[in-house]
Design a protein around this ligand. Sequence first.
Ligand SMILES: *Cc1c(COP(=O)(O)O)cnc(C)c1O
Length: 353
Amino acid sequence: MSYTLNEKVRNLTPYEPIAGSYRIRLDANESFLELTPKMKEKMAARIGALHLNRYPDPAASAVCVKAGGYFHVRPECITVGNGSDELLTLITQTLMGKGEKLVYTTPDFSMYRLYGYLAENECIGFTKDDSFRIDVDALIALIRKEGARTVIFSNPCNPTGVGLPREEVLRLVEGVPDCLVVVDEAYMDFWDQSVLDCVEKYDNLMVLKTCSKAFSMAGIRCGLAFANPVLTNALRAVKSPYNVNAMTQAVAELMFESPHELNQAIRCIIESRDWLYAAVRALAERFPEKLRVLPTAANFVYLQLPEGEAARIFEGMKENGVVIRRMGDCLRITCGTREENAEVVRLLEEWIA
Ligand SMILES: *Cc1c(COP(=O)(O)O)cnc(C)c1O
């Protein structure tokens, strides 16, 4: 007799971002802006003042208050997680039961399906149209037909950068009153169609945000779930009590005390995104049969290429010390510094021309 893994996990492999060190990394949608030395100094002071022999605040109350101030949401409507990935796990594992139906859209963030699968939800994919838009009427029809308990999608979408206008999101929320609508707004800081202000108005809406993208803090692992107090109390009750460590809480708190810095960083990232998009768009206009690019509401651009080309370009860039993200015949490039953007566009042109 020997121990064997259960079937569910036997063939899974750990998530592996591209390993190795590269000159330019534009593959993970992180912010290219490092925190300022002043900010880092303040952080060090805050962390130095912590009593790390003690457990952290299970409710992360101070983070809820400060984040609530920044986003104009009451602290009672906020749950803090160890990255929004933890919150996604909680939603699929605990707000959903085994065999209950989870609708995800495709293409979209691949983790929704993985977490749903691990939670033994019945995962149902809803395919977007040719321009990667969500047909809300068709999605409502599917959710009703299947009796789905939860629907989840990112807005703007990772990896396409396409956004669903706010009125459409709310039409969905109102169209499926017995289904929880989880809107992952990881990139909404770069767009203006958030439904964050509506979380108290509906009993079936949850909005996720993360400190990993616009706020330059992928390393601290802090995500936020916004929902009415009933949903929030449920999430707080099912999470492990000390899910967010004291250092992360201290740093996140400090971050939300600095709205001026955050907003300035966001403007800077949007400027970079606009430059990158315009440059790639110009290339696509010169070589229309070799490259298509979608307008983007996020901090990256999404390119469609003829069969086999994405792999070739991806490998070519890697050999030149530049990593981007490939999904089949598509490429996703995170916006970077001026120099990084110029370099990635130069390489792209070289490979396409
Ligand atoms: C990056 C990303 C996340 C992950 O956020 P963490 O807070 O770093 O776990 C969640 N959703 C989407 C759509 C993302 O792109």
